[in-house]
Design a protein around this ligand. Structure first.
Ligand SMILES: *Cc1c(COP(=O)(O)O)cnc(C)c1O
Length: 425
């Protein structure tokens, strides 16, 4: 059940009217539902109950400290892709010992920081990275736990910018090179070969490619085991899709169904080959934890009726929500207050000086200048991808909990944006 619904014709987040929020806090504003966030996390956590499993939230989807803190208190681990994200986990009260560090370009300073905090594992993506990590760990008198991100070469059938498991992607170690790379890793004295991982893409509506990737990892684990390299965990990455409300898309597989199939496959395999000895399983979900947790509330500035198109010009822009400009993503746009004004077809666009600055195209809307719109399902890859292009301060972020509203990030002021700059004397 969605925590965003119309009550007496006004869209609410839990028990709070988005019109009242816009009045009090201004626009554009991201509004998140605490109940939705926790329910989404629990759907993973419950499916893992009683197992040696860890849900490492991929925080690049939404890294607000309050979001991280709520998940940390629920037992979440975190999948990070930079040293900055590790510092966020710590600032949010998260446990660094439940952190997995992904990404193709980890710097020496980032490795050092992560080793100082004794993170759970580095997901290593290349041989040079193995050597760098071995050197850094050695210089600190430590051993780094590593997992190799293997590229299982399965087609996730998603947008090319978010498909990551094909041969032509920059991510991971090629499947055919994996054994050799593990042999190299096992010989390095300051590495502890702990696991294997993959992450094949994002917004996957069907779990068949994920299960195919699992089968390929299982094959490798068995081959490594035969060579005396015993892995302790298996990390399937993230990638499960969500329903953006686009009628052309089919509904995503429910989290519980997907995890159920994963564990059934793993249990059968462990029973057959390892006398039922379990293996720790990790997941790195991002979008499916936060996507439907948030909306972006924006106000209509002007309606502009052109010869070929009508434009609904709003105060949110591509700098607030980049997904349409970046991936041609379809995002649902709903009026905050249901209106009886005439319906027309609009492109919903922002004020930024780029033709790519659009949020929604060809939408039938009944709107007037001054009305509020809510971009739905905006909780993932919204605020984290926001920029200050055109010297636009980033939006405020709020979390609604029942009838309470918490400001979890203040709106940026223009002065904040040039505070680090200086003029040459
Ligand atoms: C982005 C990313 C994720 C999360 O992907 P979602 O599609 O948001 O679930 C998980 N793992 C890695 C390595 C990533 O880069």
């Amino acid at each position: 059940m969605s925590q965003f619904s119309y009550q007496d014709g006004v869209l609410h987040a839990e028990g709070v009217s988005l019109a009242a929020i816009a009045e009090q806090y201004g626009t554009p504003t991201y509004v998140y539902s605490k109940a939705q966030l926790l329910a989404n996390f629990d759907s993973y956590q419950n499916a893992c109950a009683g197992r040696d499993a860890l849900v490492c939230y991929a925080m690049k989807a939404n890294s607000n400290l309050a979001v991280l803190n709520l998940l940390a208190r629920r037992g979440a681990g975190f999948d990070i892709v930079s040293g900055g994200e590790l510092l966020r986990v710590i600032a949010a009260g998260g446990d660094a010992k439940k952190v997995i560090f992904s990404g193709v370009g980890k710097t020496v300073a980032e490795m050092r920081l992560a080793l100082e905090h004794d993170i759970l594992c580095f997901n290593v993506e290349s041989i040079p990275e193995l050597h760098r990590l071995n050197d850094v760990a050695g210089s600190m008198g430590k051993k780094a736990r590593v997992s190799l991100r293997v590229n299982p070469n399965v087609d996730a059938k998603t947008h090319p910018y978010i498909a990551t498991g094909l041969k032509a992607n920059k991510f991971g170690v090629a499947y055919t090179d994996a054994l050799e790379t593990y042999r190299t890793a096992a010989k390095l004295p300051h590495l502890d070969v702990a696991g294997i991982d993959c992450h094949i893409g994002s917004q996957l509506l069907d779990d068949a490619p994920l299960l195919e990737a699992l089968d390929r990892l299982i094959e490798l684990i068995d081959q490594l085991d035969a060579e005396g390299i015993h892995l302790h965990h298996l990390d399937l990455g993230g990638g499960l899709g969500i329903d953006y409300g686009d009628e052309e898309d089919s509904a995503p597989v429910p989290v519980g169904d997907y995890l159920g199939r994963v564990f059934a496959r793993i249990d059968a395999w462990r029973k057959e080959r390892y006398d039922g000895k379990p293996i720790k399983v990790c997941f790195e979900p991002g979008r499916s934890i936060v996507g439907d947790t948030g909306v972006l509330v924006t106000r209509v500035e002007f309606l502009k009726h052109g010869e070929e198109k009508n434009f609904c010009i709003v105060d949110a822009a591509m700098n607030d929500m980049a997904r349409p400009a970046l991936y041609q993503a379809w995002m649902d746009m709903q009026p905050v207050v249901q209106s009886k004004a005439d319906v027309a077809t609009y492109d919903v666009v922002g004020p930024v000086c780029e033709s790519g600055d659009w949020l929604a195209r060809d939408r039938a809307l009944s709107v007037e200048a001054g009305d509020l719109l809510a971009m739905k399902t905006a909780g993932a890859y919204g605020m984290t991808m926001a920029s200050n292009y055109n010297t636009r301060g980033r939006a405020a972020e709020l979390i609604v909990d029942g009838t309470q509203v918490h400001v979890v990030r203040q709106r940026e002021n223009p002065a904040d944006l040039f505070a680090l700059e200086s003029i040459i004397k």
